[in-house]
Write a protein of this length. Structure first.
Length: 193
């Protein structure tokens, strides 16, 4: 019974991450979060004072407040897109088709997405990644000091901190750019014939 629950969880996670497999989106959009992360990290090093990352009112704490709102927004958007009765949403995407590689019964299939499938995939991804970032932030705030005590070495602490902040920032910038893509699509692109 536990293995079937684990398998179900695995399927949910893989389906939530389908947007990562959409070739047309990841082809060019991967670099923008990386560039913004590099700018943020570079700026952090150039500042005369140390940036408050995990402390009270710090970067992670403030972002987690925003994420708690965004998670609800993404889940509500997913529910709305999935259940809204409209034949318009069931049409293929105009212009360059967006395809998704899926494996079903051990066979690789390429499916062309409808507007509804694209939006559902995107909001599912956004909900999943925002929950993941939120949990990661909570764990970092709660366990950061304990991990620093365990490491004891100044270089190891700073290296671990740098790796965490870089990865966390990269996830957040990815969330930002994917959200902007969703806003663009919902406010402009979806209304084009």
């Amino acid at each position: 019974k536990a293995s079937s629950k684990l398998k179900s969880l695995s399927v949910i996670i893989r389906q939530s991450l389908f947007i990562v497999k959409i070739h047309e989106l990841t082809q060019n959009s991967e670099r923008y979060p990386v560039i913004l992360t590099a700018i943020i990290m570079g700026t952090g090093f150039l500042l005369p004072t140390k940036v408050n990352v995990l402390g009270a009112g710090g970067f992670v704490s403030a972002l987690n407040q925003l994420l708690s709102i965004l998670v609800a927004f993404y889940i509500a958007s997913l529910a709305a897109v999935s259940s809204f009765s409209s034949s318009y949403l069931d049409k293929k995407i105009a212009g360059l088709p967006i395809r998704l590689n899926v494996i079903h019964q051990r066979k690789k299939n390429v499916i062309e997405l409808t507007r509804r499938m694209f939006l559902s995939t995107m909001f599912g991804y956004l909900a999943f990644i925002s929950i993941f970032i939120y949990v990661l932030g909570v764990l970092a705030i709660q366990l950061g000091a304990d991990i620093a005590v365990l490491l004891e070495d100044y270089i190891a602490i700073n290296t671990s901190r740098f790796i965490f902040v870089t990865a966390y920032t990269l996830l957040c910038t990815n969330l930002l750019f994917t959200t902007l893509l969703g806003l663009h699509y919902m406010s402009d692109r979806i209304h084009r014939p």
